[in-house]
Design a binder for this molecule. Sequence first.
Ligand code: SF4
Length: 397
Amino acid sequence: MIPLTGRTTTSNWTHPATDVWQVADAAHAEAGHHAVLVRPGEPTPQGAGLYVTTDPQVAGPGPTLHLPVKLSHVDVGDVLAVTDDGSRVSVVWKASAVHNSILLTERCDHYCLMCSQPPKERDDSFLYERARRIITALPATARALSLTGGEPTIDPDAFLGLLRHIAQAAPELSTHILSNGRRFADPQFAHSYASVELRDVMVGIPLYAADPSLHDYIVQAEGAFSETVKGILNLTAAGASVEIRIVLQKTNIDHLGETAHFIARNLPFVNQVALMGLEMTGLAKPNQNLVWVDPHHYRAELKAAHRILTTAHVPTRIYNHQLCVLERELWPAAVQSISDWKNAYPVECEPCVVRDQCAGVFTTSGTRLSAHLEPITRDTNSDRRTLNEKIAQSSRG
Ligand code: SF4
């Protein structure tokens, strides 16, 4: 796992102009609004708003932040959030990463059995404001962004304001929003959302079952199913892009076929369905007896659901699954979807010939992995054809 936060020490600390900084090289020092990275042995330029370094001997002419060794991966184009007193830093954008997300709130009106980011009820409205500053500080190379929570729409005005800011400050970004969809049950809100002129934006909305009571049980919120489905309908009616996400777990796996049929019959116009493997962290840990099922045991159900959806021409992808626990037929639909900073390949993967195309595992899941991970060592003609098809079709999502 790549560490993204750490304790810092300072020298010449006077309150810098902002808490969010894009890291730049010495050539950008004059601009004053970048944090200039001073590498060990390099001269320290004048004029930077902030200096960052892993060299404890460096003291710039202005506020200087000494990064811990574990953050020596910080590089030009990354964006840092620094506490007011300079005692902590978070890497809120990693320029080299395929996946970057911004947390907008920890508040949520769901309490899902397997939530990887358990909700907290406290005023964290500063996060929406900080998200604006992160967007402003993004490097020109930034291409794709995920907005997460909590529930990103919990403060509807702050959410819409942020989207309008993205449209202005970073119009080239592709934006993916993870939402439970319930706010969009309000047609006026769905319309306001769809009216923001973002170039490329999609809302990913979980729908865990076709049975309202089962969906409501999984999200621990009565009436959620009805509002979520209304939200999906309002969004698509307003011309917005929608992805339905189904996290596969013990509670819903026996009903996956019904869920696929429900979507195929009632919501076939969504842009995509993602059939997702479980990340065993957050609330999934204390609830593991309720939620954990080895993906090896639902191979047949997954293949059947994929067939039901694709037969109805619903684009369907498989996230967070290792190729060795999937039927070969599903390999072309499998996406390397796990964020770089929490993605790994266990030791058994070393001899595997499909490692470069496999999603690998969540480091956050610890040892709670499929008991059936097994390197693929055969390189048959049919495997090679399947892989070529997969390479042609998939990209990191
Ligand atoms: S052995 Fe590892 S790399 Fe190979 S398919 Fe399984 S999880 Fe992926």
